[in-house]
Design a protein around this ligand. Structure first.
Ligand code: NAD
Ligand code: MG
Length: 390
């Protein structure tokens, strides 16, 4: 029996994870569920999955959750705040942590799980983009197991030899090819992009996801973050990570070997496949995903990404090439920009413009520890916010 802490239980990945777990009650037990503000939803999940602990964002939310659980006769212990998130991610009650909080807020508990040597199913790409080497060092020091949930990285993992040594040359790999759907604005006239609304931006053609990652998909910053994520997960330099637009989202990514072989992982675009893969690894379990019917697919297309349409992709490649704190600064500026866009404070094209301004104004330093990293993150957010109000 695997005991699971699910960080971000009320989100898109959280709900898909619970869907897979509910299909295999003989294998998985929920130790802890966490949510930031959706207290009523979390109470419902506690009634259904009966975790030992539930964690929310604030004391007021914790009080509300306790009252709801009491009236439902659910004995789950309730706590709140970052220290509580870290405790359920690193404590003896769990073996496996699904890291599915969105954004930098997920860094502390995901890192706590890494330091505690847990099996980590990583959806929260921002945590790895921010902390890079520090995170990988924590994994190596504790012997934690890191399995990617992002569909592209999960696909690559499945196409790599195991055990993989985080070195392309060692395994005769030429490059890693990340596929990208291109999002909702792949074919929209570029000059009209600044008029798009948040609702249009989050209407992804193939995937149903949270709002932040949906906007990231529309700007292709999501793919940029994934290039950085692939660098850390697979030990690939930026010049050996390629992005190809594949609007059907059936090939989830590929590994290209020196002998000309290209291994790909295919499937319907449904996150329950990578979630089930990582939960059961190295075994295989059913996920509830419909089998892929290749005869129903009229065609599979591939195109080069247009960096004028998607400047965020270039900004991310540049940040990876720069190194040091540049990816963390990029991530912080992007989080500020996406929030401002979703709140209607800036237009769609101002997302990349704001990030570009921050990347030009910031200084990038090597980060020796998490405190230094959080300083850089804070400073980048201040800079981005100052540009927003100037
Ligand atoms: P979501 O917005 O649907 O859910 C986010 C979850 O994080 C919620 O449970 C929310 O309560 C919690 N949360 C938000 N802010 C928090 C805070 N400050 N403190 C603690 N908890 C907080 O997001 P999602 O689409 O499920 O994405 C989650 C992560 O997975 C992201 O990093 C995203 O990039 C990654 N991811 C998602 C998908 C997908 O299909 N949705 C695919 C690949 C990767
Ligand atoms: Mg992805």
């Amino acid at each position: 029996m695997q005991n699971i802490t699910l960080l971000g239980a009320t989100g898109s990945i959280g709900i898909s994870t619970l869907d897979v777990i509910a299909r295999h009650p003989d294998r998985y037990r929920i130790h802890a569920l966490t949510a930031h503000t959706k207290v009523v939803e979390l109470a419902g999940l506690c009634a259904r999955f009966r975790p030992d602990v539930a964690v929310v964002g604030t004391a007021a939310a914790a009080q509300e959750l306790s009252a709801l659980l009491k009236s439902d006769g659910v004995s789950t212990e309730v706590s709140y705040g970052e220290a509580a998130l870290c405790a359920v991610a690193s404590g003896a009650g769990c073996d496996t942590v699904m890291a599915a909080i969105v954004g930098a807020a997920g860094l502390a508990p995901t890192l706590a799980a890494a330091r505690a040597g847990k099996k980590i199913l990583l959806a929260n790409k921002e945590a790895l983009v921010m902390s890079g080497q520090l995170f990988m060092d924590a994994i190596a020091a504790s012997g934690a197991i890191l399995l990617p949930i992002d569909s592209e990285h999960n696909a690559i993992f499945q196409c790599l030899p195991q055990p993989y040594q985080r070195n392309l040359d060692h395994h005769g790999i030429a490059r890693i090819v990340l596929t990208a759907s291109g999002g909702p604005f792949l074919d929209r006239a570029v000059e009209t992009l600044d008029l798009v609304t948040p609702d249009e931006a989050v209407a992804h053609p193939n995937w149903v996801m949270g709002r932040k990652i949906s906007v990231d998909s529309a700007t292709m910053m999501n793919k940029g973050l994934e290039v950085i994520e692939a660098h850390w997960l697979f030990g690939a330099t930026h010049d050996r990570i390629e992005v190809v637009i594949h609007p059907q989202s059936v090939i989830h990514s590929m590994v290209s070997y020196l002998d000309g072989s290209v291994l790909a992982q295919l499937g319907n675009p449904d996150m329950r496949t990578p979630i089930a893969h990582a939960l059961a690894y190295p075994e295989r379990i059913s996920s509830g995903v419909a089998p892929l019917d290749l005869t129903q697919l009229a065609k599979l297309e591939f195109r080069q990404p247009d960096l004028l349409r998607f400047p965020c992709l270039k900004l991310a490649y540049d940040a990876l090439a720069t190194g040091g704190s540049a990816p963390a600064v990029l991530n912080a500026a992007n989080e500020v920009a996406v929030e401002a866009f979703l709140d209607g404070r800036i237009g769609f094209r101002q997302i990349d413009q704001l990030i570009d301004r921050v990347m030009h104004a910031a200084s990038f330093e090597a980060v020796a520890d998490i405190a230094g990293l959080l300083d850089q993150d804070r400073h980048a957010r201040q800079l981005a916010n100052s540009f927003l109000t100037s």
